[in-house]
Design a protein around this ligand. Structure first.
Ligand SMILES: Cc1ncc(C[n+]2csc(CCO)c2C)c(N)n1
Length: 200
């Protein structure tokens, strides 16, 4: 196996999908993606997911905005995402690292009030003390939303803007803390007709 070297590339990225539980799913997905300003990120949509790459701030700004635009329809929408920061990078995505941190969609996203239920899991790769890293970030999320334990993930209940903003801060902290490669998975549900928390 070759040794991967990724010292300086801090490009962030995400592979995500939105799943509106409606016959109008094509329109809801495509209008949400088209509505959002993606000029500060590298973006590519295919039949399975959308990939977004660039600075952490813009990766979160764009994914939060696309989810909120889809959820604004009132339809039950599930968002599924794997975020990654660290290596590897490439020249096509790296040019977007030169963008400033001023967000293009946050002002509009903030206007959308949307209650969500979320499960997230954090994977700080390449470090030794990973459980303490995870526990301190779960603790940090308590200042933004309601946090509860579950198997294989942590549950977050609250406003979508608060959940996304908190998770973005978690990601930035791990990146700035020198973690070589961090992965985070998120499943978020809006407008579900199910009883909150199910049978647990
Ligand atoms: C964010 C996001 N990106 C891509 C897909 C995959 N997808 C499924 S249906 C559809 C519209 C018709 O092509 C697309 C693009 C998704 N679900 N969510």
């Amino acid at each position: 196996m070759s040794n991967f070297v990724c010292e300086s590339n801090r490009i962030a990225g995400v592979s995500f999908s939105v799943h509106p539980m409606s016959d109008r799913f094509v329109e809801i997905i495509t209008t949400a993606i088209e509505h959002v300003d993606t000029s500060k990120v590298w973006i590519n949509t295919d039949d399975v997911t959308t990939l977004v790459r660039g600075r952490i701030t813009h990766v979160f700004d764009v994914t939060k905005a696309i989810f909120l635009q889809a959820a604004k329809s009132g339809v039950h929408v599930v968002f599924n995402a794997t975020y990654s920061v660290g290596c590897p990078g490439d020249t096509a995505g790296d040019v977007y690292m030169a963008e400033d941190d001023s967000t293009l969609n946050n002002q509009e996203s903030t206007q959308i009030k949307q209650e969500v239920a979320t499960k997230f899991a954090l994977y700080p790769l390449g470090g030794g003390d990973y459980m303490n890293t995870i526990y301190s970030q779960i603790e940090a999320m308590k200042q933004y939303v309601h946090v509860s334990g579950t198997h294989y993930a942590t549950r977050l209940d609250g406003d979508a803007n608060d959940v996304f903003n908190g998770l973005e801060k978690v990601f930035i902290e791990l990146e700035e803390g020198g973690s070589t490669h961090t992965v985070m998975t998120i499943t978020m549900s809006a407008n579900s007709p199910s009883v909150k928390g199910g049978n647990e």
